[in-house]
Design a protein around this ligand. Sequence first.
Ligand code: F0G
Length: 467
Amino acid sequence: MSCPSETPAPFEPYRVKAVERLPNPTAPEREAALDRAHYNLFQLRSDEIRIDLLTDSGTSAMSDRQWAAMMLGDESYAGSRNFAHFEAVVRELTGFPHILPTHQGRAAENLLFSTLCRPGSVIPNNMHFDTTQAHILHNGGRPVNVAAAAAYDPDLEAPFKGDVDVPSLTRLLDREGREKVPLVMVTITNNTGGGQPVSLANVREVSKVVHARDIPLYLDMCRWAENAFFVREREPGMHDWSIPRIGRAFFDLADGATMSAKKDGLVNIGGFVATRDPHVAERLNEAQILFEGFTTYGGLARRDLEAMAIGLQEATELEYLEHRIAQMRYLAGRLQAAGVPIFRPVGGHAVYLDVRRFLPHLSEEELPGQALVVEIYREGGIRTVEVGSLMFGKEGNENGRSLELVRLAVPRRVYSAAQLAFVAETVGRVYARRNAIRGLRFTHRPERLPHFTARFAPLGERVSTAP
Ligand code: F0G
């Protein structure tokens, strides 16, 4: 086996046509920015950041074909030809007959859960993303995570750590009954659990269990093309299937899906909810008109629908996906060469640091994930995000397990290998001085989605007086 430091730089299958200058804040500027932002990196200004790995969502570089398509916007309120194109592409990729555009993924969640979730509803998922969890709670439901135990072991090398624990799901469904469970979700890939893929075999089993009880199955398909790449690579018999064919095999097992096209749609804004059920579609459409806009634009400019139609197809191209996954492996290889503990195996859209092994001297109350996010920014102006007890509270899975991670999300088609090498070097330097890293405490702790707006102060130091 080759040494991880020898991981070759991935060859970018595109060339640069427009450039955007990277800011280069100095160490004192970064320190001042941290103080002003109350140690919450969501509060930084983008010109205070050198490399932004906060999210892979809505941060993609669009292709020349997408930019050209933006000029073909038919901005009719109703019946735009861009909607017709978008609808045809999504129908072809997913097979779902009813496609309702939304401005992003959480808007699709809003339509779905305001339609199907009632007070007292129980909604299982391998692992809910924060907005999914928040929408279910907002509608009075209870989100339950039923990922298999492997999902909670950062060190275990296994091909499909996003899989649902089918026995746990079955027990939950038998306990709660059909009346209480309006739908079951599976998130492909599992963002909250290290960006890990879900196998087709697992979704097939889930579909059997769920449909035997007459419950609909919905996929959170934000990163379905990356999931399909891993299925092609790892699942027996799938090696020569195309990405769209693997996708269809997944969608054929489900009754609908929510999509944030800000991920595997390669656009800066956009999403949709899709269903097979004409009655559900009608109610979703009512909610769509109320919250998003008319059926044929759903909270977007029609030119955005055109860009999305093309982006959704480009995201299934094998050469693009091979480079994308190679980028994750390159970054992970260089981090591992510096001894940095990461969640394994590497997922599809990010490399996740294993905070419990990175900062074992900090207790959960000392907010180790957030402390690490702050140190990585302080060291090199790199913005990352905590995915752990701050983002999710103390919510674990059915069996009380939880993860404590920091995510280095890689925007699609944006950063070069040299820039990723810089990220690995920076994190390596933080790791070398890890024993001196202190924790944080809350100075303001909002009740809902706290990671966006919470304020912190370094432990043992005065509270910032910045407004
Ligand atoms: N589902 C998953 C699995 C997600 O990762 C996200 C967003 C959403 C739903 C909501 O989509 O942002 O378009 O409203 N994830 C982003 C992230 C924000 O950084 O992981 P959205």
